[in-house]
Write a protein that binds this ligand. Structure first.
Ligand code: HEM
Length: 513
């Protein structure tokens, strides 16, 4: 009886209350939108932009596209190099030109004014309820400065330093394991195989050995398999943009992927705690990042607590997913571009003949012009976004005022695809964009255009870009020296506009003699 009464009165009442709240919110938003438009028109130094919709803001302009930021590019003809955009509940500005990007990011210009990050509820929940536990999503602070300083010597090694030699040795050894594994899987050759887990496990082994000083783990180890797979799931979730990042209450409708990622992050934590930290308790080497971090992990340093130190270690080890996904993306591009593959193979053969080095040695980097150009062309076309920045005080960009707490987006889509910067056919995979003719020898040499900054710049720039460059080059050289690749399917599409790859097989046809 009581239950029936509840059904009869309380449920419809609940719906009525919800609708009423929504209606009031929409009316309030409309008032705010009208006020916002009036302010923009009155103030010549306020960035202009499209009129937002209630609740959504201008989020609808980014939907249904391969690269969401291409929506920013579509607004440029009307609003120019900097414009205002309301994204859900956040006031944002979008910066499109090279000059304005550099002004926002460069520490010598306005870098200090824009060194914070927006608050994403999803990230908060994935990092123990505190965004400051996340290296890429925290605000800038003495803690972040300390973490960057601790990591620096490991991620930006000097060429031929002791750490560089260690990394080089690990790359060659793990590269050899990977080739053997791929050969076993593809035997007797010309077979389509799912290369994803092999590539990710290779990168995982490189990172775990280099940063933690542990040994090689077998590809068949079930615990290692779960660790790598779980990291891949977390990396995908952290990389993906979700509505709740800008409409926080919407998180209730995004519970499923979030719970999955939270579950996966527990598997990662268990592996890091037991198989890396605990398993190396008696190590104490200045060559191991884990050993440098150990006093913080033990909770004996006031500058960083134990939980934050654990997240820091996990975050840096998660870099293996970024490198692995990039290697996979490059393999796809090369398998689909026979001419580029041929050029790379010729180059590898030539370098091997001239130097006698192991082809996966980091020694070869300066000689592998085509290979590096191919890698950078994949990075350009992947077009992964720069993590949004946030103004910590009232400031300006160009001659436009930007208020405290405004979120700043750098429009990487325009910077990676504009015809003014890259010439025609920017949608076509063409590594020659990164090659220029040497005046003396006439041969093609690798060249990085000065405007191209996929790893960003300034005090929040990527901590892993040198590792990305070295490891992708080493692994790719190794694979192409051993195999010829072709796509396993026609019209193969993978998501772009982000680094991560979905939890799906990644099949390539591998041929070898
Ligand atoms: C192709 C792969 C990668 C790309 C394209 C990339 C790109 C970026 C970009 C654009 C940012 C944001 C910079 C900014 O906000 O100004 C960033 C931040 C960061 N990246 Fe990477 N990254 C890659 C791989 C890696 C790897 C392998 C590692 C670790 C070894 C790493 C570590 C970091 C860290 C720690 C930050 C946060 C820095 C901060 O906010 O202070 N990244 N990355």
């Amino acid at each position: 009886m009581i239950v029936n009464l509840f059904r009869l009165y309380c449920l419809p009442l609940g719906v009525v209350v919800l609708v009423a709240i929504l209606a009031v919110k929409i009316v309030l938003e409309i008032v705010l939108i009208v006020k916002r438009g009036r302010n923009q028109r009155k103030n010549p130094n306020a960035p202009k932009g499209p009129t937002p919709l209630p609740l959504l803001g201008s989020l609808h302009l980014l939907g249904n596209r391969d690269i969401p930021f291409s929506g920013f590019t579509d607004l440029m003809p009307k609003y120019g190099n900097i414009f205002a955009l309301k994204m859900g509940e956040s006031e944002c500005v979008v910066v499109n030109s090279v000059e304005l990007r550099d002004e926002v990011l460069n520490a010598n210009q306005k870098g200090d004014d824009f060194d914070a990050r927006p608050n994403f509820e999803r990230i908060q929940r994935l990092f123990g309820g505190n965004k400051d536990n996340a290296l890429a999503f925290c605000d800038f602070s003495p803690l972040q400065k300390l973490r960057r300083e601790l990591m620096h010597k490991f991620t930006f090694t000097y060429s031929h330093s002791e750490l560089w030699h260690e990394m080089n040795k690990i790359c060659m050894e793990e590269g050899a394991h990977m080739i053997q594994q791929l050969r076993d899987m593809a035997s007797p050759g010309n077979k389509s195989i799912d290369v994803k887990m092999t590539v990710l496990k290779t990168c995982g082994n490189i990172f775990n050995r280099y940063f933690c000083g542990v040994g090689h783990t077998s590809y068949d180890d079930p615990k290692f398999h779960d660790y790598i797979k779980s990291f891949d799931e977390v990396f995908w979730e952290v990389n993906t943009g979700r509505l709740s990042d800008f409409i926080p209450w919407f998180i209730s409708f995004e519970c499923l992927p979030l719970r999955r990622a939270q579950k996966a992050s527990l598997v990662v934590k268990d592996y890091v705690d037991n198989d890396l930290v605990e398993a190396t308790t008696h190590h104490d080497s200045p060559m191991s990042f884990l050993d440098i971090l150990r006093p913080y992990l033990n909770g004996s340093m006031p500058e960083m607590d134990s939980q934050t130190a654990t997240y820091c270690l996990e975050d840096i080890l998660g870099g293996h997913s970024a490198v692995g996904c990039m290697v996979l993306r490059i393999l796809k591009d090369i398998s689909e571009n026979e001419d580029v593959q041929k050029k790379i193979k010729e180059e590898l053969e030539q370098v091997k003949k001239e130097t006698g080095h192991n082809i996966s040695s980091l020694e070869n980097a300066s000689l592998l012009h085509w290979t590096r150009a191919a890698i950078f062309e994949t990075i350009r076309m992947t077009c992964s976004p720069i993590v949004p920045h946030k103004a910590i005080r009232d400031s300006s960009i160009g001659d436009m005022n930007v208020e405290k707490d405004t979120v700043v987006f750098i429009n990487n889509h325009h910077l990676h695809f504009s015809k003014e910067l890259w010439g025609s056919d920017t949608e076509v995979y063409d590594p020659t964009r990164f090659l220029k003719q040497c005046e003396h020898s006439g041969s093609l040499i690798f060249m990085r255009p000065i405007h191209f900054k996929p790893f960003s710049l300034g005090k929040r720039s990527c901590m892993g870009y040198k590792l990305v460059e070295s490891l992708t080059l080493s692994l790719l050289s190794n694979i192409l020296e051993s195999f010829s690749l072709s796509p396993a399917q026609e019209n193969w599409k993978i998501p772009v506009g982000l680094l991560g790859l979905p939890d799906e097989p990644f099949r390539v046809k591998i041929n070898f003699e």
